[in-house]
Design a binder for this molecule. Structure first.
Ligand code: GTP
Ligand code: MG
Length: 556
């Protein structure tokens, strides 16, 4: 709403209405502080974590009626919020008004009796609801389940095709894909359940989400990145001449400590954590982590420790997303477009990552005239003493208070920005220049790599050093193709009013159809063929295939 007020002041009413729905939703979802302005990520997280500690997760194998279920729970305390969802069975998330409700419920819960198996008696807030009465156990309970995954791409294409403008399509995509309030609650609850396991050794620790679960750019179904935060563990100060200090185990480096803690926690999660399966210890990675699936929520989880720079990156992306509603919409659209065409992938490799892609969108928005978002250097200049942050010698300082940031008056539409994004990267001098959101200006590449994007906080690093020339070429070719598509009047005209139930793809929906150029040739081959030839070939193939629905599948 803060960003929208600014847009209103700049007289951008039409776009505003369009984005208002997304923005209102976001604030309902992520959180609003007492004064009505969206709080800093830190404040929002604290509120969500506290809420999660008052919550439980129940598998409702024998589906109760909603009334019965609530009546049963209310005996233990006031239920503030509850919802059901499906993930290999029906589950309920229940938030009590205070922790006594949870404690009372847990006191009544029983250890199941099993034959032929033994149980680890670790009591957690993941429970199963059993129905001892056989009367209604087989009845349809009619519980309404909240979706926790996004709709398939062909349904999205249909939905977008029914919109009346490209601006509305972009907003509709964002609304469809963004995390729901329920999904965010579930993410924080999973963190809280894991925190209970880690707290056996480190009672003062917190486990909190970072990355796309909280930075405002998360899509339903995205992984759950978590950090085990041990920074809250502190001792007292010596009060007299005689004082006591803890005897602690020593290790060679911070990294070794992180590895040993994650190794032990990984073992506990694997052996004791109900619902946690497939635990992998990836301790030799640059940033050691545990990877596992949390079955009841359906989340793929990554748990790291001492990853403070990643928290700072999350805060920065969150801040940029809050500054102007067009930021989130464009990032969602570009991420979706990239995923559809295999530019990004769920598997690690030479692909561009969502994080790199987001930075590329931010950089593009900094390069508009006038810029839509400020440079990171400018955000650092606006920082107060409370914002000061240095992590392992890297200055990660930037302003947290959004109201201190003055934006320039840019009123470009989402449709225009999308087209310009493709044009910008279709012609960007990737071979010489590095993308740099600190300066908001491309810089000479400091090292050889097909794609160079300066890490915003560890400035000597390239966040896209994994990307190879083939993947970059595919990205550029797809930008060219999408730009070309958006310039065609056929693509640009809404095709609503179609009598059949299937709407003909147009606008943004066309860009999500299988591409002609997804499997571009290697860089060597492309050098022999001038860009004009490629565009001409593309033109011809599209002319011959004017029905976008019938375009061929990718050919390698
Ligand atoms: P998705 O999971 O793909 O939806 O996006 P994500 O932003 O969560 O990305 P990912 O799970 O790969 O990484 C989680 C977070 O770690 C990101 O949001 C960044 O804050 C941080 N991160 C990821 N990759 C890098 C990197 O290469 N360098 C740095 N400094 N941070 C990274
Ligand atoms: Mg992630």
């Amino acid at each position: 709403s803060f960003a929208l007020r600014r847009l209103h002041m700049r007289g951008k009413g039409g776009l505003c209405k369009c984005l208002q729905k997304v923005d209102t939703f976001l604030h309902r979802t992520i959180g609003t502080n007492a004064v009505g302005r969206c709080g800093s990520l830190h404040a929002v997280q604290a509120e969500r974590l506290e809420q999660a500690q008052r919550s439980i997760l129940i598998s409702c194998y024998s589906r109760p009626t909603e009334k019965k279920f609530l009546k049963y729970l209310s005996r233990h305390g006031d239920v503030k919020k509850y919802f059901f969802y499906e993930s290999y069975g029906v589950y309920a998330v229940v938030e009590f008004a205070n922790r006594d409700g949870v404690a009372s419920l847990l006191e009544e819960a029983v250890i199941p009796s099993v034959s032929n198996e033994a149980l680890v008696p670790f009591k957690s807030r993941l429970l199963s609801l059993k129905n001892l009465s056989s009367v209604d156990s087989n009845q349809q309970s009619g519980l309404q389940c909240q979706p926790q995954t996004s709709i398939p791409i062909n349904q999205l294409i249909q939905r977008l095709s029914r919109e009346e403008s490209i601006d509305q399509q972009v907003v509709s995509l964002t609304e469809t894909y963004q995390l729901t309030d329920e999904n965010i609650r579930l993410r924080f609850l999973v963190c809280s359940l894991l925190q209970d396991i880690a707290a056996a050794y480190f009672p003062e620790c917190t486990i909190k989400p970072f990355g796309s679960s909280v930075n405002g750019f998360g899509k339903l179904g995205c992984d759950l990145d978590m950090i085990l935060d041990l920074d809250g563990i502190s001792g007292g100060k010596p009060k007299s001449v005689l004082s006591l200090e803890f005897q602690l185990k020593r290790a060679n480096s911070e990294r070794a400590v992180t590895q040993s803690i994650l190794s032990v926690i990984g073992e506990c999660v694997d052996q004791f954590g109900p619902g946690c399966v497939g635990v992998q210890k990836i301790l030799n990675a640059r940033c050691p982590l545990l990877r596992f699936a949390h079955q009841p929520s359906g989340f793929q989880c990554d748990l790291t420790a001492s990853n403070r720079v990643a928290i700072k990156s999350t805060e920065l992306l969150y801040l940029y997303g809050e500054l102007d509603p067009r930021v989130r919409s464009l990032v969602f659209t570009v991420r979706c477009w990239a995923r559809t065409h295999g530019i990004t992938s769920g598997i690690p490799g030479a692909w561009i990552t969502n994080f790199s892609l987001t930075i590329m969108v931010l950089f593009f928005l900094q390069k508009r005239s006038p810029p839509i978002i400020p440079t990171l250097d400018h955000l650092a200049e606006l920082a107060g003493s409370a914002d000061k942050c240095v992590i392992e010698g890297n200055d990660c300082t930037f302003v947290i208070d959004i109201s201190k940031i003055q934006l320039q008056s840019n009123t470009e539409t989402l449709e225009h920005l999308l087209r310009e994004f493709f044009e910008f990267y279709a012609t960007f001098a990737f071979s010489k220049m590095s993308i740099n959101i600190r300066k908001g200006k491309e810089q000479n590449k400091p090292e050889v790599a097909p794609l160079h994007i300066q890490n915003p906080f560890e400035t000597s690093l390239n966040i896209s050093k994994n990307v190879n020339a083939t993947q970059l070429d595919r990205f550029v070719a797809l930008c060219q193709e999408s730009l070309w598509l958006l310039q065609q009047s056929g693509t640009n005209t809404p095709r609503v009013g179609n009598r059949s139930n299937t709407a003909t793809p147009w606008g943004l929906a066309t860009l999500l159809l299988p591409s002609q150029v997804a499997g571009v040739k290697s860089r060597k081959k492309r050098r022999r063929e001038p860009a004009s030839e490629r565009i001409k070939g593309l033109l011809d193939s599209l002319k011959n295939n004017s029905q976008p629905k019938k375009r061929k599948k990718n050919t390698k």
